[in-house]
Design a protein. Structure first.
Length: 427
């Protein structure tokens, strides 16, 4: 029995970030298991339990998504000013409180308010986890993020299966229990997160004499290169919306593929991410390598969008084959882009304003989640040939990003102060 135990300890030791890093991975899998319970039935809860109309549900989710985009930059600012672990715990508790508040009312305006307030910490979560990885795992941050994303997909799958089993009962009470299950997951992860030690923050640079100029942290809103990088990254995040929103609708409205193919393709996406996210992370372990990944990323977008166009040419076999090719290509695009984005967003951020910069970069993903569905449904209505045109747009975004960040990647900016730096510890 000693050999398996020894192997198990070795495998755990290979996870970056030490014991606290492993604990935060447990937090992630519990978090996403709870979210998986609730996310798939959110709209159904508002319909069958709260009694809202279809138009009201759509408006509620649109407003919540719009308000939620502010969560990422707000979290980044707070993480630069307060201990990161406490900020993470605060967001976890706020998510639980606002979700539990949905049980207290069936009024449309109150439900919209609670949903919007809950969207703020929900959108902040990915930024805070990325910041935790950058501080706790150091140079191994990309590998840590890859492992973390794998646990997220496992958690989503577990939660989704639990939700499917609960909804199979046909009882409206099941929606309430799924909500409560998600709330309990927030309480559990808050308790676990409190056991994590505060990771070392980047050094704060201060003046060492009264005559030295007062240092102001870099402002991401005045950094044109970083804003341009964030804007192009928002476009590259469209792979997520294409996979999750566009392909199921495209199957139903434009192809001869069976409707039952949609969930199978989503399962394929999840399996591929679980199998390949960590192994492929090594190709983006350095900043120049992460920039080079933008080249194969463009090729995958071309293959994926051409396959989507081909799937509408007619015939069941062609549709199934082309859609499978599209999902495989776009899933690997998702994996490669995630790896590149993790490294580049941290590498382009000055140490003294890391939280603020990552918060602004968080707008790329949250903004895409807000505007992406409208964009891809517009592409769908334009017909099959619109997919390759969208692919060319994404290739252009990747090329623009590759060129835009060249100087920052190959010639890092010198320190902003010429005075000696003093490292201040946080308590």
């Amino acid at each position: 029995m000693s050999r398996p135990s020894s192997w198990h300890r070795t495998a755990l030791d290979r996870i970056p970030g030490g014991r606290d890093g492993r604990r935060m991975l447990v937090v992630s899998i519990i978090d996403k298991t709870g979210t998986g319970l609730w996310a798939g039935c959110t709209a159904l809860y508002f319909t069958y339990v709260s009694g809202l109309s279809l138009a009201q549900v759509g408006l509620l989710m649109t407003v919540a998504g719009g308000v939620g985009t502010a969560g990422a930059p707000l979290a980044g600012l707070l993480a630069d000013r307060f201990p990161l672990v406490r900020v993470i715990v605060a967001t976890q508790l706020m998510r639980g409180i606002t979700l539990l508040a949905l049980l207290t009312s069936d009024h449309f305006l109150l439900l919209t308010l609670y949903s919007a307030l809950g969207a703020l910490p929900d959108r902040a979560g990915s930024v805070l986890i990325k910041l935790y990885a950058a501080r706790q795992a150091g140079p191994d941050r990309v590998r840590y993020q890859a492992i973390q994303r794998t646990t997220v997909n496992i958690g989503w799958s577990i939660g989704g299966l639990g939700a499917a089993a609960a909804l199979a009962t046909g009882s409206t009470q099941a929606y309430t229990w799924l909500l409560v299950g998600n709330v309990l997951s927030y309480l559990a992860i808050a308790a676990l997160t409190l056991r994590c030690t505060e990771p070392p923050a980047p050094s704060r640079t201060v003046a060492t004499s009264a005559d030295a100029p007062r240092h102001r942290p870099a402002n991401p809103w005045r950094d044109r290169t970083f804003l341009g990088y964030t804007a192009t990254d928002a476009a590259l995040y469209l792979d997520d919306t294409i996979l999750q929103v566009a392909i199921p609708l495209w199957i139903v409205h434009a192809t001869d593929a069976p409707v039952g193919l949609a969930p199978l393709l989503l399962v394929l996406n999840t399996v591929l991410v679980v199998l390949f996210q960590v192994p492929l992370a090594r190709f983006g372990a350095t900043t120049p390598a992460a920039r080079r990944l933008l080249i194969p990323l463009s090729g995958l977008f071309v293959v994926g969008t051409l396959a989507l166009a081909a799937s509408a040419a007619g015939g069941r076999t062609l549709a199934i084959t082309a859609l499978t090719v599209a999902v495989v290509a776009l899933t690997f695009a998702e994996i490669i882009h995630a790896t590149s984005s993790w490294e580049l967003s941290v590498a382009l951020a000055p140490a003294e304003a890391q939280g603020a910069y990552l918060g602004v970069h968080g707008l790329a993903q949250s903004g895409q989640r807000f505007a992406g569905p409208l964009l891809v449904t517009g592409v769908m209505t334009a017909g099959p040939l619109a997919w390759p045109l969208l692919g060319l747009v994404l290739v252009g975004a990747g090329a623009a990003q590759h060129r835009l960040i060249r100087d920052r990647v190959l010639k890092p900016a010198p320190p902003s102060l010429s005075v000696p730096a003093i490292t201040l510890s946080e308590h």
